[in-house]
Design a binder for this molecule. Sequence first.
Ligand SMILES: [Zn+2]
Length: 224
Amino acid sequence: MRYLDFHTHTWPQETIETDAIVSCVAPEPVCEYKDGVFLSYGIHPWYIQGNDPKKLLEHVREAAHYNWVVAIGEAGLDKLKGPPMDVQRRLFCWQIEISEAVKKPLIIHSVRANNEVLMLRKSMNPAQAWVIHGFNGHPQEMEQLIKAGFYLSFGPKILYPSNKATESFQQVPEDRFLLETDHTNKSIVALYDKAADIRGGSVDELGENVRRNAVKLIPGLKRG
Ligand SMILES: [Zn+2]
């Protein structure tokens, strides 16, 4: 089985058989493709300030056309960090339009803003899948998002006992979740082991499940 890290900021370790989607933040250049290392490219709300928003957007437009840039983002809304919400909202909406235009899913950074992101999806009715990365909400919130068509990517929070992320992960429908290490130094192997344990199945079954979900969003991720 080959692991799949749906969202990370570090290059995967060569000793682990893994595919990864590395989050590339504008205005960083798009790096060369390497086997198994895909990219998402977007304007992260934390790194808007000090940059010309229109120039950042140009970077996203250009990056979006590379084959190995398989998703747009992380883009989104953060109520605790970054520029005022109207600025964040404008840049997020621009990136939603790019995701629709190039037909690539959107990876979403949402801090205390899930409700607003949910409203946006309902009002904009996009054709592309939206994945909330690092989901850490209560099962009730998870259900609302699932009902609205979202995918949820779970991170290292599930490694710790009894928290709302773990509770939600236990209940999330099998066709809607992904796993990610994000900006932590946790290993994707440990995450798969724990995830299988929480959901009650083998690591191989879990691996197939994750791969199936990811391929549905990004057909280029198809392999064993
Ligand atoms: Zn991230």
